[in-house]
Design a protein around this ligand. Structure first.
Ligand code: GRF
Length: 216
């Protein structure tokens, strides 16, 4: 069975969407472990509800960033993890983990990268006044939201949107494209060439608009 390790810092709705995709049979995988940096993360409850082993691993318990991420890499390796999923993990991942899982770490970002990387992507989009926003699943490299893009979904951004209303619209798409990206990866359909991601099959799924933005 294809084995996932999930890192999350908070609410964990993306974590839940992956659990649900496995339970529905859409995704043939198992989640071996949840790792969180936040003892208050609701993701821990979700792990408990689904009998997923959960670890709270806090950076302050380690002398430096490298030893923190070496330890996380060791935990993931010891569980046989083949893909690391960052589901709202609110930290810039350190080199020891990136080196160990080269192009095997996926993140979901609530904006159409390369626009609005970093924190509060939805607020950045609202403040900028864009007409289209969305979300991006990408591989993680050493930058902030700069790795190769796997799947994006677009949603309209309305003139009267607030950060919350746009976030809600984007989140619905996050819950679709993240499990889809993981499924494609688990089926060996994703190849990375330089900074481009080549997806075998499912081409029509790799750019998603909701609703279709231009009517013909
Ligand atoms: C999502 O908006 C995701 O795009 C971002 O952090 C948020 C996590 O939400 N990286 P949740 O914890 O999955 O509900």
């Amino acid at each position: 069975m294809f084995t996932l390790g999930v890192l999350a810092s908070g609410r964990g709705s993306n974590f839940q969407s992956i659990i649900d995709s496995i339970n529905s049979g859409f995704l043939k995988a198992k989640i071996a472990v949840l790792i969180t940096d936040n003892p208050e993360a609701y993701a821990i409850e979700r792990a408990k509800n689904h009998n997923i082993e959960a670890f709270i691993i806090r950076p302050k318990e380690f002398p430096d960033k490298d030893s923190y991420y070496s330890h996380i890499a060791d935990v993931l390796k010891s569980r046989g993890v083949k893909l690391v999923v960052l589901a709202g993990f609110m930290r810039v991942v350190g080199r020891p983990l990136i080196n160990e899982f080269q192009n095997k770490i996926m993140n979901i970002h609530p904006a159409l990268l390369p626009s609005f990387p970093g924190l509060h992507g939805q607020k950045q989009a609202v403040d900028y006044g864009v007409k289209i926003s969305g979300c991006t699943v990408h591989f993680v490299n050493e930058g902030v939201d700069t790795g190769p893009i796997i799947i994006q979904a677009a949603v309209p951004a309305h003139e009267d949107d607030t950060e919350d209303s746009l976030s809600e619209r984007i989140l619905k798409q996050e819950h679709k494209i993240f499990p889809l990206a993981i499924k494609l990866f688990s089926e060996g359909k994703i190849t990375v060439v330089g900074r481009k991601v080549i997806i075998k099959e499912h081409r029509e799924d790799t750019v998603i608009t909701n609703p279709p933005l231009i009517k013909s």
